[in-house]
Design a protein around this ligand. Sequence first.
Ligand SMILES: [Mg+2]
Length: 169
Amino acid sequence: MLSHPELGRLAVAHLDCDAFYASVEKRDRPELRDLPVIVGGGVRGVVTTCCYIARIFGVRSAMPMFKARRLCPGAVIMKPDFAKYRVESRRIMAKLRALTPLVQPLSLDEAWLDLSGTERLHGAVPAAILARLQAEIEAEIGITVSVGLAPNKFLAKIASDLDKPRALR
Ligand SMILES: [Mg+2]
């Protein structure tokens, strides 16, 4: 947990799941935990999501699958299961909505939330609430998320990306 003089006053957050589809698949198949996992293929033949181990080999989202296979021949390749990701997304979004009605989802695995004025309700500043939320999502849903906290949505989104995975900036 980091400290900053403004930290107690920041209230606009961007939450982004870390390598969401790959993380859900690893959660469900623990034997894949230490292996490079690529979710993709299908119609467009590109990488949808890859885990952080696959990224070490240079694999990136939206990369053609043939290139990803060449960079990381040992990767476990899985077809996306969007029905499953939607279920997990709904569970995460419900957790956000329990903190504030001001939740704006951007995609299945990303949302802005505005925690202004919730400090008395929650008995803690937004930064503390978000740290607790991160730990809860990891414990209950089994995936990690990164959070950016800032004075506005734009900076919050940039911040959530700075220190992935499991970031809180
Ligand atoms: Mg994400």
